[in-house]
Structures are given as structure tokens and as C-alpha cells.
Design a protein around this ligand. Structure first.
Ligand SMILES: Cc1ncc(COP(=O)(O)O)c(C=O)c1O
Length: 404
């Protein structure tokens, strides 16, 4: 874009780590043997099989250590989406004789929201908790919503669009207080896909009975997930067939994927103490650079209770999509809204839930940093974004007035 007087960055600047992350070379190295010579079916009664089974058991042990649970409480699945579906539909099917009421929030990932909507069509009653302008749920609203027939509460740990971290441990205490001693209902599920790289996953401290994870946001492989399932939690499978995963998830295990996923979680959780402050500092530098160089923007999500790598802003008078395309021309990869809905024309349900007006929503941009993000990339992004915004605004007939 010579008319903007900027040259594309020499390599790709990847600022969409909430959509997915590149695979860590150490993860790939651990996976490789299972994609090559160690190809055995974990169900096989010979060395190839035992070795694959051992690798899965070891992966389960690694994950259980970070969740502070038993290895037997981890079920491997094919994705975060599948874990969410299994948690919600699986517990709904198994416990419907006790009640058909489910509580969730308006800002969940579609893997939870659309699953709840499907259950509504099947006769379940779903309460969608509202959030405040920073994206936080109201714990009093949660407490009031719990009824004797409530069988499940599902609240995400951290939001994939605006990065707000929900008060899961506090919600867990409220749910525990209202729990039926005989049935153990309602169960508490949290989708922790976005949280696994930077927050503690101790299921006892969080007070959750089910917890969803996946590999693709933590420098692990795509197409592999896990569901933590507290002992004695009643659930029915979604997929029937063989007796893998304690009879809860049939199908030959994705051995390489599971090994890679566990390695990725191990690396991510081990490095929280060093990586979180590093990425937060870079994120704050990027945000303050943007705020200094671009007027008329608002920052979405909670000011402090948010993921350390997340920036979500609405830039007045321009289209977010145009911005993403221009940035791509300069070798900067960013997201508008969430990765799962950016192909739809509908305004983001999360931004609507925090009461942003439509015309402001359309100028939204998500920048999510990763462990490979450098200071130089941040400096280039600040300068380039400011020039592109000025260029787009010069062409725009809009002049919005809005304060939050
Ligand atoms: C919060 C959250 N839940 C669930 C998912 C779905 O995970 P997967 O892509 O592994 O199905 C994502 C991915 O974008 C997510 O961010």
C-alpha cells in the first residue's frame, strides 16, 4: 500500500491467538513418534498397543496434575466443541428425570449457546444470564435463577472475544450451597478453552464438576479436547461404539493428538508465572500505543479481570472487516469478533450482550498476542494501525458520537 507510505512487515505478525495458536516445536516432537513408527491401536494386546495405551495414560496423568483431579476423571474428545456438547447434552440426557432447567450466559461460545438452543427445541428450559458492560455475570442473578429443577449451570471461564474472566470460584460456591444433597444437582460446567494458557485449572478451587479444554489455543494440535468429569457425575455418551474413554467417548483414540495436547498443557501451565507478565506488558504497550495514536475508540471487556493477551476495541466511523483486510495486506493477522462467527454477517452476540450499539460493534477489532509476539511487531502494529484507521476514516461519511 504505497499510498499509505508503509511497507508490509517482513514476516507475518500473528495477533489472532484466541482463534488458534501455532504448534510448539516441543509439542510436535512429542507427537511425531505416534504419527510414524508408534502407530498402534491403544486397544491392541501386543507391544504396539500397550505403548500407545501407556502414552495416553501418561497424558491423562499430566492433565490431571494441573486440574488437581484423578486421571480417571479426564475424558479425551475430538475438540472443545465436542467437550461442551458432551458436558451439556450428556448430563441433560442422564438427569432429565430430576429436572429440565439449565442455566448459562448470553456470552458463551457457540459450542455452548447453540447446544443449549438445541436442548430448548427438545423441551428443556434454558436461562441465559445477562452480563454487565464489562462482560461480567451478576452472581445474585445466578443465585436467583437456580431452581429445584435446575440440573446444570454452564458458565465460561474466560470469554473468547472480549477476554473477560468470569468469577467461577464464587459461582461454584453459590451452586454448592444450593445443590441437592441426594442427586448432587445442579452440576457446574465451565468452558476453559481460552483460560488454559494463563489461569489455574484447579477444579476443586473452582468448584466445578465438568471442565472443557482443547489443544488448539495452547500451542497444541487442533482436533483434540478433553472433558473433566468429576467422579460420580452422571452423564450419557454422545458417540456410541467401542468402550474407549471409560465407555463415555467411543472411537479409536487420537494418540498423537492426545500426547501433543498434554505436552502443550504442561508447557503452558508451567510457564504461567513468566509468560503472563511478559505478554501482559506487551499487550499494555500495544493498547496504550493505540490509545495514544487513535482517537475515538473504546476498549471492550473488563479493564483488569481479563485475559493477559487480549485487546478488544471498537474504532468509531470505520468497518472492522475493512480494517482486518488492510492489516492483512501489511502482514498483520487480526480478528473481528470471534473466530467462530467472523464469517457471519450478524453482529457479535457478546458485543450485543454488553450493550454496544450496532454502529459501534461494526468497528470492532480483536488483537490477541501470543508467545511469539515481539516488541518490534508491537511497534510496527501501532504505527500501521494508526495510518490505516486515518486512511479509512478519511473515506468514511460517518461521524459517530457515543460515550460509555
Ligand atoms: C471458549 C471456547 N469454547 C469452545 C471453543 C471450540 O473449540 P474447538 O475449536 O476445539 O471445537 C472455542 C474455540 O474457538 C472457544 O474459544
Amino acid at each position: 500500500m504505497e499510498y499509505l507510505n508503509i511497507k508490509p512487515y517482513k514476516t507475518r505478525i500473528y495477533l489472532d491467538n484466541a482463534a488458534t495458536t501455532p504448534i510448539d516445536p516441543k509439542v510436535l516432537k512429542e507427537m511425531e513418534p505416534f504419527l510414524k513408527n508408534d502407530f498402534g491401536n491403544p486397544g491392541g494386546m501386543y507391544s504396539y498397543g500397550y505403548e500407545a495405551r501407556e502414552a495416553i495414560d501418561h497424558a491423562r496423568t499430566i492433565i490431571a496434575k494441573y486440574l488437581n483431579c484423578n486421571a480417571g476423571e479426564i475424558i479425551f474428545t475430538g475438540s472443545g466443541t465436542e467437550s461442551d456438547n458432551l458436558a451439556i447434552i450428556g448430563t441433560a440426557k442422564a438427569n432429565q428425570k430430576y429436572g429440565k432447567h439449565i442455566i448459562t450466559t448470553k456470552i458463551e461460545h457457540p459450542a455452548v449457546l447453540e447446544t443449549c438452543q438445541a436442548l430448548e427445541k427438545a423441551g428443556f428450559d434454558v436461562t441465559y444470564l445477562s452480563v454487565d458492560k464489562n462482560g461480567l455475570i451478576d452472581l445474585k442473578e445466578l443465585e436467583k435463577a437456580i431452581k429445584p429443577e435446575t440440573i446444570l449451570v454452564s458458565i465460561m471461564y474466560a470469554n473468547n472475544e472480549i477476554g473477560t474472566i468470569e468469577p467461577i470460584a464464587e459461582a461454584g460456591k453459590i451452586i454448592a450451597k444450593k445443590r441437592n444433597k441426594e442427586t448432587g444437582l445442579p452440576y457446574f460446567h465451565t468452558d476453559a478453552c481460552q483460560a488454559a494458557g494463563s489461569l489455574s485449572l484447579d477444579v476443586n478451587a473452582l468448584g466445578v464438576d465438568l471442565l472443557t479444554l482443547n489443544g488448539s489455543k495452547i500451542y497444541g494440535p487442533k482436533g483434540v479436547g478433553a472433558l473433566y468429569l468429576r467422579k460420580n457425575t452422571k452423564i450419557e455418551p454422545l458417540i456410541y461404539g467401542g468402550h474407549q474413554e471409560f465407555g463415555i467417548r467411543a472411537g479409536t483414540e487420537n494418540v498423537a493428538g492426545i500426547v501433543g495436547f498434554a505436552t502443550a498443557l504442561d508447557l503452558a501451565q508451567k510457564s504461567i508465572k513468566t509468560e503472563v507478565p511478559r505478554i501482559k506488558k506487551l499487550r499494555d504497550k500495544l493498547l496504550s500505543g493505540i490509545q495514544k495514536s487513535i482517537k475515538k475508540i473504546i476498549v471492550n471487556g473488563h479493564p483488569t479481570q481479563r485475559l493477559p493477551n487480549n485487546i478488544h476495541i471498537s474504532i468509531f466511523d470505520i468497518e472492522g472487516e475493512a480494517l482486518v483486510l488492510y492489516l492483512d495486506q501489511m502482514n498483520i493477522c487480526t480478528g473481528t469478533g470471534s473466530a467462530c462467527s467472523s464469517k457471519m454477517l450478524e453482529a457479535s452476540h457478546v458485543l450485543r450482550a454488553i450493550s454496544l450499539p450496532h454502529e459501534i460493534i461494526h468497528g470492532s477489532l480483536r488483537l490477541t498476542l501470543g508467545k511469539n509476539t515481539t516488541e518490534k511487531e508491537i511497534e510496527y502494529t501501532i504505527a500501521t494501525l494508526a495510518k490505516i484507521v486515518a486512511h479509512l476514516r478519511a473515506m468514511s461519511p460517518i461521524n459517530l458520537k457515543y460515550t460509555r
